[in-house]
Design a protein around this ligand. Structure first.
Ligand SMILES: [Ca+2]
Length: 499
């Protein structure tokens, strides 16, 4: 039936429509209707949260936060190294598309990054400390921007702290004599800090394999305490002026140097720290491309470095707790989406390797928790998700339009029903400079294409039977069919990441 509208009805309808649209317009522009975003990213934090099943590490504040959030148990980084992981997360693009596949690169100036997208939609966007790449400890010692993406921010705040030169008890397992230089150097640093002159880090302060314990009364000298202080100040300003915000806070711990206060470290006795033992023939089936930062340390050193790493995590957790307490105190929690994530994982002695930039499980699996006001919390999602998925997810949660350049896929459906199956992407793709990795429910599969130096290599681990990845099944003919399927899927993912 054709609808006939008289001119009177038509003008009435027009006025109604105009009224409706202006109402919608008012609502969408009203500050109170724009949820804020507090985005917290920890540096080099493995999947080591007490509340998520880690037996040693203490993270009471993140455990508490998980009760009001959706916690993802299988979140994976796109590239286990600071700059490419963060560039991928904030550009919403895989490294093959945004072009950042090393610590030297950064997102193109004109890319509408996640914080820029918020700015374009009426938000104030700011960062505190490390969000895009910063060299740690160099950029913190120097108080410098690192490889920032300036257009992302309305305001940005660097932290300048002494890192491993902070007075306290320090043990350096790689260069035991280095801390001797700190006593004199602290004065040089302090002078630069007081005068605002540039400071140039001394090589002794790199401190990649150190554990530093700082007295509780000196905690104000530590980078993440300063970052939390600054973030708390900014939250107060936003509570006052009511401007919708996208505040990104970067904690630099547990990135080396491992630092915590005496009370942070007091949770960990050396005898309670697990030693990551591996079979004697472990290296018989590992291709050379997968061996990286292999170090000879004593069992004592490995345990103590792990103790320092956990102490650093507890220190970071405490600062996260301070942010959440302030959100509550300012009554901002009911209108603020909170995201907690890490850029990638870390290895301390597993297969006698250290640090990141590899496809081993410890280096690619990360914590991810998101809380949304009014949504049910305390839920777990066990589907595979990727950090590149965060861009469309956070944009959608805040009611922003989708960005056409973002390659990730929104997680909001999973967050609403965390037990549902993820049909559109049920595995996770990670790359490193020499190879590619795919994680599925049962398998960890790695492919290193042929290069000038190395021949093509594959690794296949049954993650249900061999979660510590000791037995590479790639050469076993019994698994030829599985290998074929995984290789086909991984090649698909590698190609899709370029588009
Ligand atoms: Ca990192």
């Amino acid at each position: 039936m054709e609808m006939v509208i008289s001119s009177d009805q038509s003008s009435l309808m027009k006025s109604l429509l105009i009224a409706l649209f202006s109402f919608v317009g008012v609502v969408s522009l009203s500050a109170s209707e724009k949820p804020n975003v507090l985005f917290v990213i920890s540096d080099d934090l493995s999947y080591n949260l007490g509340g998520m099943g880690h037996e040693v590490c203490k993270t009471p504040h993140l455990d508490e936060f998980s009760k009001s959030s959706v916690a993802f148990t299988r979140a994976y980084t796109q590239f286990p190294l600071c700059a490419p992981s963060r560039a991928s997360l904030f550009s919403g693009q895989y490294p093959a598309t945004n072009g950042v596949s090393g610590n030297g690169g950064n997102v193109a100036e004109d890319r509408v990054t996640l914080p820029k997208h918020f700015q374009n939609n009426g938000y104030w966007a700011a960062r505190v400390s490390k969000i895009y790449h910063m060299g740690i400890p160099s950029d913190v010692l120097q108080g410098t921007n690192g490889g920032d993406h300036e257009p992302s921010w309305n305001e940005r705040f660097n932290i300048m702290a002494m890192e491993s030169m902070t007075p306290g008890k320090i043990v350096d397992y790689l260069n035991p004599d280095d801390p001797k230089a700190f006593k004199k150097e602290r004065k040089v640093w302090q002078k630069a800090n007081d005068s605002g002159e540039p400071y140039q880090m001394i090589s002794e302060a790199r401190s990649q394999f150190t554990v530093t314990e700082v007295a509780d009364e000196d905690e104000g000298l530590l980078a993440d305490v300063m970052a939390a202080d600054k973030a708390i100040e900014l939250l107060g300003q936003r509570a006052e002026d009511g401007k919708p915000f996208f505040l990104a806070v970067g904690f630099v711990r547990p990135h080396f140097p491992f630092i915590g206060t005496t009370s942070n470290m007091s949770h960990y006795a050396l005898e309670d720290i697990e030693y990551p033992a591996f079979p004697e023939d472990d290296f018989g089936d590992i291709p050379p491309q997968a061996i990286n930062s292999k170090m000879e340390f004593s069992e004592h050193a490995i345990r103590d470095l792990r103790r320092g790493y956990y102490g650093s995590i507890t220190h970071m957790d405490e600062q996260f707790g301070r942010l959440m307490a302030e959100l509550d105190r300012l009554e901002l929690r009911d209108n603020t989406i909170v995201v907690f994530v890490s850029d990638h994982g870390y290895m301390i002695g597993e297969h006698s390797m250290h640090k990141k930039s590899k496809l081993w499980e410890e280096a690619i699996h990360v914590p991810l928790m998101i809380s949304v006001p009014g949504w049910e919390g305390g839920t777990r999602c066990n589907e595979f998700v990727e950090l590149v998925d965060l861009y469309p997810t956070i944009a959608e949660l805040a009611g922003l339009p989708a960005d056409p350049g973002a390659q990730g896929l929104t997680l909001t459906g999973l967050m609403k029903d965390p037990t549902s199956k993820r049909e559109e992407k049920s595995d996770a793709y990670t790359q490193v400079s020499k190879g590619h990795g795919l994680r599925t429910g049962k398998w960890a599969f790695m492919w290193y294409p042929k290069s000038k130096k190395d021949k093509e290599a594959f690794m296949l681990y049954d993650m249900e039977k061999d979660p510590k990845q000791f037995n590479n099944l790639a050469m076993n003919p019994e698994y030829a069919a599985v290998m074929g399927e995984l290789k086909e899927r991984l090649e698909e993912r590698v190609e899709a990441a370029k588009q």
